[in-house]
Design a protein around this ligand. Structure first.
Ligand code: SF4
Ligand code: SF4
Length: 442
């Protein structure tokens, strides 16, 4: 049983767990792994410093004010420290729990509150509103409005980092996968598994072509795919922002939807969503009604790359004459421990030359909405990342939509020419090349 001091500054539900912060032995082995410490050299911007601040607040030695909030907000929640920590301190969970307390203690005001309510409470939890947002963005891009706004320099009213993001926004080619077609897609050829697919919010609106590629690759590998229309946002952005109440509601909804049918696995292609989905049991640990089911849901959730490699990927025969490098999304490498599977997939594509990126698992600065809330640090990290891309690459592959958008900003800002792609898109391209060379799926 966890005891919290009566004097604790953490007054709300889900206070940071004493068992987690008391495991820190202050050894400092996490310091050099932490991107914000690397950039600032400040102890309170390091994992050890942040854990110490959380412990101090739990003991009532610090108040939950803006001085306390700043180092917690500036954490990327990238979890590189967890990879480095020999004591297994769960810094990411501690940061999320602390943000949950700050959400109540220092509520957002003014424009921040409006944005928080509009996006986190009204738009993201509603697939219909997300689809509408996608429709409006496509209209903005196709109608000539975007061109006019740029020509008339209307976008200058936006902060510099939002202007950069607008400039880098990919052309939204197709409508979200969730809003069209049916729910059931059968395997091409012999059936090997039945899976459910989570389409994600940002992924489905901004990168619905990645979702299409994922669906095609799963079918190609013998999977019957179920895409339940009742699914909703996974709640990852809410958790990062401290809105645990909304995150829990979304988690319970998704558990009810996805466990209503028998499937071998629940597939996700977005690393940030995947790590949250795999930790639904931790999020709902105090909810007796969901304890067992959240655990089952977490166990069934698989990143598409790990699922395909475990299933035994059907090797593509189509050749891609390209040189690529691979970026490890933090929530794939550090949070889920998935490093090898995406690389194995790339290595299986004929003709593809894969060159290693130095420090490939250092955060690119995307980190949920970090690039919006902490633009300066995000921009510094992105600049370092762009410098790490080996020369002569045609594309950079990765497994997370937030990273893809951040890299796209980097490509525009640094006048680069690399394509930014999801690993599964390259695999799908290789299958499609195979088809055009003669072997259609049956
Ligand atoms: S989660 Fe990332 S930014 Fe936060 S303390 Fe750990 S390494 Fe540093
Ligand atoms: S978080 Fe881990 S690595 Fe960092 S100081 Fe504490 S025990 Fe050491």
């Amino acid at each position: 049983m966890v005891k919290t001091s009566n004097l604790s500054s953490f007054l709300w539900e889900d206070a940071p767990d004493e068992n987690k912060f008391s495991e820190c032995v202050h050894c400092g082995m996490c310091l050099e792994a932490c991107p914000t410490y690397q950039e600032t050299g400040l102890e309170h911007h390091s994992p050890r410093g942040r854990v110490y601040l959380i412990k101090s607040a739990a003991e009532g030695k610090l108040q939950l004010n803006n001085y306390f909030k700043e180092p917690i907000d500036s954490c990327l929640a990238c979890r590189a420290c967890e990879t480095a920590c020999p004591s297994g301190v769960q810094v990411g969970a501690l940061i999320e729990e602390t943000r949950g307390q700050l959400y109540h203690a220092t509520p957002a005001k003014g424009a921040g509150r409006v944005v928080q309510k509009l996006f986190l409470r009204d738009i993201f939890p509603s697939p219909k509103r997300m689809q509408l947002l996608g429709k409006m963005t496509r209209l903005y891009q196709k109608s000539g409005l975007q061109r006019s706004a740029r020509k008339l320099k209307l976008l200058r009213v936006l902060p510099a980092h939002l202007q950069e993001m607008e400039a880098a926004l990919p052309k939204l080619k197709t409508s979200p996968l969730l809003g069209r077609g049916g729910e059931l897609y059968s395997a091409y050829g012999e059936k090997r598994a039945t899976v459910a697919m989570i389409t994600g919010c940002v992924m489905d609106v901004v990168y619905s072509d990645v979702n299409e590629a994922t669906l095609n690759v799963l079918r190609r590998n013998g999977c019957d795919v179920w895409i339940p229309k009742a699914q909703k946002c996974c709640g990852a952005l809410h958790l990062h922002a401290g809105d645990r109440e909304q995150a829990k509601q979304l988690a319970k909804h998704n558990i009810d939807v996805f466990l209503s049918n028998e499937v071998d696995a629940i597939i996700i292609n977005a690393a940030g969503c995947g790590s949250t989905l795999k930790e639904y049991d931790e999020l709902l640990k105090n909810d007796v009604r969901y304890a067992e089911r959240s655990h089952l849901f977490a166990e069934k959730t698989k990143d598409v790359s790990e699922f395909l490699v475990d299933l035994g990927l059907i090797a593509p025969k189509g050749k891609l004459d390209m040189k690529v490098t691979y970026h490890d999304a933090c929530h794939l490498a550090h949070a889920q421990g998935i490093r090898q599977a995406p690389r194995e997939i790339l290595e299986m594509i004929p003709g593809l030359v894969v060159e290693a990126m130095p420090d490939s698992d250092r955060c690119c600065g995307s980190a949920g909405i970090y690039n919006i809330t902490q633009p300066e640090m995000a921009s510094q990290l992105l600049d370092r990342k762009m410098n790490d891309i080996p020369s002569g690459c045609d594309a950079v592959a990765m497994g997370n939509p937030g990273c893809m958008m951040q890299f796209q900003v980097g490509v525009v800002k640094h006048h680069r020419s690399e394509q930014i792609v999801h690993t599964i898109q390259l695999l799908n391209d290789a299958y499609e090349r195979e088809d055009s060379d003669g072997g259609m799926p049956t």
